[in-house]
Design a protein around this ligand. Structure first.
Ligand code: PLP
Length: 387
């Protein structure tokens, strides 16, 4: 039996989410912006979903704007806040371990003449709020600061509440990429004091291609898409009704199950990490030892390529991810691991396991049995493994 261990990449659609979406993929096809009853029913479904997402984020429904996902949210936050008509973009403060959607949006702004200040992380991938304070104060008042809530490669949870407070004191708009954190650990937008937060449906057992942006009440965020008055003029384009309904249901399920699932996944993850360290020599867990997403185990194994481990494990029926930047089609070591001070040759041997709702203790046990064999075989063939 194959086991899926890559929930940070995406999650399976929850059957209850599919059921909630089904009517809006078929008979309930109204455009929520139209005025007759068929359309009104679609509009009510969208508003119900808005309330469900708001409840998961500790927000008010009017603070939720639906998007196409995390990438759109990250692009929107950075570009809408930094771009200024007729002038070079405003300064961006961000970290060295962000998702590419933030990193490359910042690079784009830099190309247009903007300045980007990168805050370094420690060996666990954690941003120090004091370093953020320094970056905020170092030059021109930033147009936006963007620091993720939890990292997608090593699972480290960032101190966004403290960072949001530092930004608020200085009047700097603060965005957090909350794609990996939301639904796995408590995320209360009001308590954290963030201005903007991007989330994505397919990381919480919802459909792909849909997400949401939390926009704090009273915060002015210019539209990023033009050509329609949808989402109270904040995001033009016909709303993805079925997708949004799916995200709403996924948010409701995530909220209801959060505490129990968090404890279950944390225990499974610990068992997996301890099992790896106990069975295979020269393995190091990466990411923060305690401030880490539950069920998230990323590690490096010396003398073995991450891609080779991924393929070896795939042949045994386990879907995991390697820390190399396979997303870009290259085998560059992960920018996150390098930013954490891990040497490139070690970073090449990284694997990310992210457990989720359907994983069991039996699967973890089976993985541990298989893993030692896979690594041993690869090390036997490796020119860099010195035993
Ligand atoms: N931000 C983080 C931290 C992610 O892990 C991802 C997904 O890989 C994204 C943004 C992009 O989200 P989406 O796939 O919804 O565009």
């Amino acid at each position: 039996m194959a086991a899926y261990f890559d929930h940070a990449a995406t999650t399976p659609l929850d059957p209850a989410v599919l059921e909630a979406m089904r009517p809006y993929l078929a008979g309930e096809y109204g455009n929520p912006a139209s005025l007759y009853e068929l359309a009104n029913r679609a509009e009510r479904a969208v508003e119900r979903a808005r309330a469900q997402v708001a409840a998961l984020l500790g927000a008010e429904p009017r603070e939720i704007v639906f998007t196409s996902g995390g990438t759109e949210g990250d692009n929107w936050a950075l570009k809408a806040l930094a771009l200024r008509e007729g002038r070079a973009p405003g300064r961006v403060v961000t970290s060295t371990v962000e998702h590419h959607a933030v990193i490359e949006s910042a690079e784009y702004l830099e190309k247009l003449g903007g300045e980007v200040t990168h805050v370094a992380v420690d060996g666990h991938g954690r941003v120090d709020p004091a370093a953020v304070a320094e970056a905020l104060d170092v030059g021109e008042k930033p147009a936006v600061a963007s620091i993720m809530a939890a990292n997608n490669e090593v699972g480290t949870i960032e101190p966004v509440g403290q960072i949001a407070a530092l930004c608020r004191e200085r009047g700097v708009p603060f965005h957090t990429d909350a794609v990996q954190a939301v639904g796995k650990v408590p995320f209360d937008a009001h308590a954290l004091g963030v201005d903007l937060a991007s989330i994505s449906s397919h990381k919480i057992y919802g459909p792909k291609g849909v997400g949401a942006m939390y926009v704090r009440r009273g915060f002015r965020l210019a539209g990023f898409m033009h050509g329609g008055a949808q989402e109270r003029g904040r995001r033009a384009g016909t709303v993805n009704v079925a997708g949004v309904v799916g995200l709403g249901k996924a948010a409701e399920l995530a909220r209801e199950g959060l505490e129990a699932e968090r404890a279950r996944l944390a225990a499974l993850g610990e068992r997996l990490a301890e099992g790896l360290l106990g069975r295979v020599p020269k393995i190091a867990i990466t990411g923060h030892p305690t401030e880490r997403l539950p069920g998230f185990v990323s590690f490096t194994a010396q003398g073995v390529e991450g891609e080779a481990m991924l393929l070896g494990l795939d042949a045994e029926g386990f879907a995991v991810s390697s820390g190399s930047a396979c997303t870009t089609g290259s085998l560059e070591p992960s920018h996150v691991l390098l930013a954490m001070g891990i040497p490139p040759e070690v970073a090449h041997g990284s694997v990310r396991i992210s457990l989720g709702r359907e994983n069991t203790g039996e699967e973890v046990g089976r993985f541990l049995e298989v893993f030692g064999r896979v690594v041993e075989r690869l090390r036997a063939m490796s020119p860099t493994w010195k035993g």
